[in-house]
Design a protein around this ligand. Structure first.
Ligand code: DP6
Length: 334
């Protein structure tokens, strides 16, 4: 039987303690090497397949929760007050309300994203992970990492992976209440591994991941193949990580991303997240690769590329892509 978020949380946390005075937390953004695309339960964000990502070090979201002195909930995003009926504020307040008592005092939430706006990265993963970590502190929940990840997942699926740094696997789980669908870190250090962000097009994406996934699952005949391929890719990427086999990792991650996009394109109405500039950039990646540089790409539900390469090829990659934004992933491997 399907459960609501509130039912799952009430079952896991029957006695909510009192609110604290102030809490603050940071969570990194992440990029999936094996993608999450499709839900077996849309209310709880339970995925059809397992996925694996790399977290982006100090790039992410910092969130502070304090008592509100105005008698109502207040939400600030990057220093600016957000009106209560704004969809962002509504999502944040609805998530917080899952953890507070009926009569609890209103709160003030301040969220800052330090992801450069030029990076074209979504902030829902780091946003819900940071919010969950801050809530754990503010309401003295004392949650285990598994539960923090499972609850962050209820805000946004990919947030389950942003609870950790480094390489992270999100187990799809089988339970109806989703409490076995959480992420765990993979204990691997790879100091030479690099991720670069290639912003090729601007403008808000037209279809968010939630509706894009739903449309693909509902209308794309090709989606039938996706869970099988994703599970295979997940195992191959784990093997490649264990062996530090960069070529195998890059090939599998790129193939996984492009297979996801092929499935999206096969939806109706078609879901094409690419712009002409995205295709041109893909061709430049393939050209450089044909010259012997092990460079691979991955893409999410948007037009921008993320490049995967090794530190020893940094100069060649930067020569070919002077506009590349590198990201600080040194910390998790330090
Ligand atoms: C393509 O986690 O943003 O980036 O669970 O509906 O909030 P919701 O979706 P979201 O989807 C991310 C999709 C992806 C692939 C991935 O990060 O695994």
């Amino acid at each position: 039987m399907k459960s609501t978020k509130a039912q799952v949380i009430e079952f896991c946390l029957p006695d909510l303690p009192d609110a604290g005075v102030r809490a603050e937390a940071f969570a990194p953004s992440n990029i999936a090497l094996c993608k999450y695309w499709g839900k077996r339960d849309a209310e709880l964000n339970l995925p059809v397949n397992g996925s694996l990502s790399i977290s982006l070090g100090s790039l992410g979201t910092r969130t502070e929760i304090t008592e509100s002195d105005t008698g109502t909930d207040q939400v600030f995003l990057n220093g600016k007050a957000v009106v209560q009926d704004n969809p962002f504020a509504r999502k944040v307040v609805a998530f917080i309300s899952l953890f507070r008592r009926e009569l609890d005092q209103p709160v003030c939430i301040k969220t800052e994203n330090n992801i450069p706006t030029a990076a074209g990265l979504a902030s829902s993963a780091s946003g819900f992970a940071a919010l969950m970590l801050a809530l754990n502190d503010f309401y003295h929940l004392g949650l285990s990492h598994d539960r923090l990840s499972a609850f962050a997942r209820m805000g946004s699926g990919s947030a389950s992976r942003s609870i950790y740094q480094g390489f992270v696997e999100w187990h799809k789980g089988n339970r109806a209440d989703g409490m076995d669908s959480f992420a765990e870190p993979i204990n691997i250090t790879w100091p030479g591994f690099r991720v670069g962000l290639l912003k090729v097009a601007t403008g808000a994406k037209k279809i968010d991941s939630r509706s894009g996934m739903q449309r693909t699952v509902d209308t794309a005949a090709l989606y039938e193949q996706w869970p099988k391929q994703a599970e295979q890719d997940l195992q191959t990427i784990k093997r490649a990580l264990a062996d530090q086999d960069f070529e195998l990792l890059g090939q599998t991650a790129e193939h996984n991303a492009l297979s996801m996009h092929a499935t999206m394109i096969a939806s109706w109405p078609p879901l094409l997240y690419w712009q002409p500039e995205s295709v041109a950039a893909m061709q430049r990646v393939w050209e450089l690769r044909s010259l012997g540089v092990p460079l691979y790409l991955t893409m999410d539900a948007g037009p921008n590329l993320k490049l995967l390469y090794l530190a020893e090829y940094e100069a060649q990659v930067r020569d070919a892509f002077p506009e590349l934004l590198d990201i600080d992933i040194v910390v998790p491997f330090g």
